[in-house]
Write a protein that binds this ligand. Structure first.
Ligand SMILES: Nc1ncnc2c1ncn2[C@@H]1O[C@H](COP(=O)(O)OP(=O)(O)OP(=O)(O)O)[C@@H](O)[C@H]1O
Ligand SMILES: [Mg+2]
Length: 427
């Protein structure tokens, strides 16, 4: 391989694997920065630097020293928890990346709320809460009201997020939010967020920014479970919103991307559009959307977003124009309740119109009730030229699936990872 060396921060997970494949296919040696706790898959890698992601300053030092030695010319990550580190490393190495001074705000939802509010982005009224007194005060704040949302400051994968309909539910929701720390977070200081509830339909906007110029690749419709704990059970793209609504959504998203300092790379902005067509930004991530959104872009629109992101990271022109005009949806399967998975029938097979299937829960193993994205058991993608037909076919396939869960806990329950720590690797 003779191309410029590429370094991935965390090379595990489906999106990282796709980035690594895109780089290797084009002749780039692929290196990885990993932790001892989550080593990279060995074969195919030109090398790896093992560091400690819980100590960002040390990690920047280790990674930049390694990158200089190996002549690395592009640094990327698909891992939500490492987007700030990626920006810091890129800045240190002088490679295309996001604003290192703002990158923290894409990870810390309190900082995100301040930065976005200052930029005039419409977002739910948000209070940072340090202790029980502040929690009580936030719940009494008329600008919060009920229902409201209690969530971790730096969570992901919907772990630890609760929609609360009364003050009586708040203490437990606060505990859940405090417990949902990311894999590289330290002990935590107990800070959580209390946020006004934004009613409406949920979408995300998938964008790529190069040299501070943003291309919106698609709007994605979410299927999200109702109730207290929200889990994304489907994404469909591209969605055509009425022109005025689409313009309002893109206005907020453009402003959010600018405010959060995204200059070179992907972003995934989650928004809620209310009945009047107003757009509220729930959060913005400085990475490609997870949940196989990259594969949906590929199958529906013919955009190879992984190669495009590689080009952005290398400082080369990225191909972002659709070459197809179809639709794609992913459906996630969840357990009806916690217990032991005893049987699965009717799960679709890969074939025409079903380009991707993935089941990751072992028969006989423990499963959680759907409380966070990491609790999803498997998924499949349906694709085709017509949006309505694709949705109908996906719904029909979901109806054929039978998941049986025994209430008896599985013997290896203790080995199960927490939702929070699995969130980084959720499909
Ligand atoms: N203020 C809000 N109003 C309405 N719904 C909300 C709000 N905040 C969160 N939600 C719901 O909870 C879900 C998870 O919240 P949020 O996106 O903040 O958490 P997350 O852990 O970053 O999620 P992920 O990483 O899966 O995107 C959202 O997708 C949405 O359905
Ligand atoms: Mg979210």
């Amino acid at each position: 391989m003779t191309g410029t060396a590429v370094l991935l921060l965390d090379a595990a997970g489906p999106e990282s694997a796709a980035l690594a494949r895109a780089a290797a296919d084009r002749g780039h040696p692929v290196h990885a920065a990993t932790t001892a706790a989550r080593p990279a898959p060995g074969p195919g890698l030109a090398g790896q630097v093992v560091t400690d992601f819980t100590r960002p300053e040390k990690a920047v030092e280790d990674i930049t020293a390694y990158a200089r030695r190996r002549g690395v010319g592009a640094v990327l990550t698909a891992n939500e928890y490492l987007t700030e580190l990626a920006a810091l490393v890129c800045a240190e190495l002088g490679l295309p990346g996001n604003d290192p001074h703002l990158a923290h705000a894409a990870r810390d939802k309190a900082a995100m709320a301040s930065v976005l509010t200052a930029a005039g982005v419409r977002l739910p009224y948000t209070r940072l809460v340090h202790d029980d007194t502040e929690l009580h005060n936030a719940l009494a704040d008329a600008a919060v009201g009920f229902p409201c949302v209690i969530k971790p400051v730096s969570g992901a994968g919907s772990a630890g997020v609760t929609v609360v309909t009364s003050a009586a539910q708040a203490a437990e929701a606060a505990c859940t939010a405090r417990a949902a720390r990311g894999p590289y977070d330290g002990e935590g200081n107990g800070d959580i967020l209390v946020q006004a509830y934004a009613a409406g339909d949920e979408y995300s906007v998938e964008s790529v920014t190069q040299d501070a110029v943003t291309t919106h690749l698609a709007v994605t419709r979410k299927v999200v479970t109702g109730g207290a704990r929200r889990v994304e059970t489907g994404h469909s793209l591209p969605v055509r919103l009425p022109a005025a609504v689409e313009a309002a959504v893109y206005r907020e998203v453009d402003e959010a991307i600018r405010a959060i300092g995204i200059r070179h790379g992907a972003s995934h902005t989650e928004v809620i559009v209310d009945a009047a067509g107003r757009c509220t930004v729930i959060e913005i991530a400085a990475r490609l959307g997870a949940g196989h959104i990259g594969l949906l872009l590929q199958n529906a629109l013919g955009i190879d977003v992984f190669t495009a992101l590689l080009d952005v990271a290398l400082g080369r022109p990225a191909a972002l124009t659709p070459t197809a005009h179809g639709h794609a949806t992913v459906r996630f399967i969840t357990a009806p309740h916690a217990g032991r998975l005893t049987s699965l029938t009717g799960f679709p097979k890969r074939g025409p119109g079903v380009p991707f299937v993935r089941w990751r829960a072992a028969i006989g193993g423990p499963v959680n009730a759907a409380g966070a994205n990491a609790d999803r058991l498997g998924c499949f993608i349906v694709t085709g030229p017509d949006a309505a037909e694709v949705e109908q076919r996906a719904d029909a396939l979901v109806r054929q699936i039978r998941v049986q869960v025994d209430l008896t806990p599985a013997p290896d329950d203790r080995d199960q990872l927490s939702s929070a720590s699995r969130a980084a690797i959720a499909p």
